[in-house]
Ligand binder design. Structure first.
Ligand code: UD1
Ligand code: CA
Length: 456
């Protein structure tokens, strides 16, 4: 049997006024990915045949995000925001040719898992005409309630329209629903806006379907998977749930997190086996860490990769384009940006390496700075294999330092260095016998004179 054709409609036109934001609600981020991006990711994994996203007017940023994440998805504009059923109808052009299954998902409910989508799809295949995904809410306030009679789902009641008894129900609507494709348009066209908000509610689909004698079923998910985001506080709750899930997954996959609750992941962080992450480490987007790496406390990584067996931190910062080889050492207060540090190289203390290559087994002394920016353009520094860069070196790019060269401490290096050369780029030291003591005596007298004047 071939997989059913599946259209997923993602509702994302709502303004989310309670976010008090200039951005569309679904463009807010969890783990450095937009809320709508999380939904698109789940849909890709759940093998949706087609994705249609309902956007509001003037949401160019959202359209771009959809195009970036799912180039084949279509965007449909809902001009007036008249409710969730009205929004789903805005995607009408996407119903042709008619798919076997139509899913409706909310762009503000980001953590739904592909397995759950598959489970709902299976219920449709077993014969249900409409499946609603519900959950038991710790605090049901604000959610639509799933009302059951004799174990069957009979209606969904929105908070504002609910009686006191209905408000006590904690079985809530996640917003995720799936329809047998053939019945979808018929059900949605029957939705009326006769409720406290005067909106066309998708949730009316349950009563309408039952009225048509169709089979309505519910599935249940954990609250952490289907929490919706209407406020910044809920955004933070969902972030916390995502982080809990990501920490658990990292440990299940063979990483040691010494204080998991202090480590923050992005949606796409990849850790190898036997990676140890010390407390208070933040992974920005696009980070890949190979096996056996130790990331010490208070390090921050973003769009970077770290090779096997490397040690970094405490307090290391990898910025976009940092590529660290195997068995390297990146020490405290070291910042690396758009630079490759090859296998076995050491940058151990207080350095900035930007727009550069550090060759294999090179040693970069404390306080070394690549001067990559002249105020207008960025320039490259190429440091060969096995180079020794003495402490407090200033490397003025563009600069090429040949393999095996030796740069004495404290130099300002402005000219290319051939392989195996010695460079001393600082003023020659002058030493005057006995002059230290006489200078101190002079200063001491000056100090005494000043304080005796003050008393007089
Ligand atoms: C909705 C459900 C509620 C459910 C809750 C789950 C309805 C009527 N209510 O309530 O039963 O418990 O989600 O989180 O469906 N949207 C549009 N156009 C519109 C209105 C909304 O695109 O005209 C989009 C929003 O961008 C959002 C989603 O639909 O992504 C849900 O809308 P929202 O206003 O957040 O609904 P809730 O009040 O949370
Ligand atoms: Ca919502």
């Amino acid at each position: 049997m071939s997989a059913p054709t599946r259209l997923a409609i993602v509702l994302a036109a709502g303004l989310g006024t309670r976010m008090k934001s200039a951005r569309p609600k679904v463009m807010h981020e969890v783990a450095n990915l937009s809320l709508v991006g999380h939904v698109m990711k789940a849909l890709a994994a759940a093998e949706a045949t087609r994705i249609a996203v309902v956007v509001g007017p003037d949401m160019a940023e959202l359209r771009q995000e959809v195009a970036r994440l799912a180039p084949a998805a279509t965007c449909h504009e809902q001009t007036d925001r008249l409710g969730t059923a009205h929004a789903a109808l805005a995607a009408r052009p996407a119903y042709e040719p008619l798919p076997e299954q139509i899913f409706v998902l909310f762009g503000d409910t980001p953590l739904v898992r592909p397995q759950t989508i598959a489970r709902i799809g299976a219920r449709l295949e077993e014969g249900a005409d409409l499946v609603v995904l519900g959950f038991r809410a710790r605090n049901p306030t604000g959610y639509g309630r799933l009302l059951e009679k004799d174990g069957a789902l009979v209606a969904i009641r929105e908070e504002k329209d609910a009686s006191d008894a209905e408000r006590r129900v904690d079985f809530c609507n996640s917003g995720i629903m799936a329809f047998r494709g053939a019945r979808f348009a018929e059900i949605l066209d029957s939705v009326r806006n006769d409720n406290a908000n005067g909106e066309y509610y998708l949730t009316d689909a349950v009563e309408i379907a039952r009225g048509l004698g169709l089979s309505v079923a519910s599935e249940t998910a954990e609250e952490a998977e289907v929490q919706g985001i209407n406020t910044r506080a809920q955004l933070a709750d969902v972030e916390a749930d995502f982080q809990t899930r990501a920490r658990r997954a990292a440990m299940d996959d063979g990483a040691t997190l010494i204080a998991p609750q202090t480590v923050f992941f992005s949606h796409d962080t990849v850790l190898g086996k036997d990676v140890t992450v010390e407390p208070n480490v933040v992974f920005g987007p696009g980070v890949t860490v190979a096996d056996g790496v130790t990331i010490r406390a208070f390090s921050h990584l973003e769009q970077a990769s770290v090779g096997a067996g490397t040690t970094m931190g405490p307090y290391a910062r990898l910025r976009p384009g940092a590529v660290i080889g195997a068995g390297a050492h990146i020490g405290n207060f070291v910042e690396i940006k758009n630079a490759t540090v090859e296998d076995g190289a050491k940058v151990n203390h207080l350095s900035y390496i930007g727009d550069a290559r550090v060759g294999a087994n090179a040693n970069i002394g404390a306080g070394t700075i690549t001067c990559n920016y002249d105020g207008f353009l960025k320039h490259h520094t190429d440091i060969g294999a096995g180079v020794f860069v003495g402490s407090n070196s200033t490397l003025v790019a563009p600069l090429v330092i040949g393999d095996g060269a030796y740069l004495a401490a404290g130099g300002t290096v402005t000219q290319d260095v051939p392989a195996d050369a010695l460079v001393i780029g600082r003023a020659r030291q002058t030493t005057k016998e006995g002059r230290g003591a006489s200078l101190k005596a002079r200063f001491q007298r000056a100090k005494e004179e000043k304080s005796s004047k003050g008393k007089g």
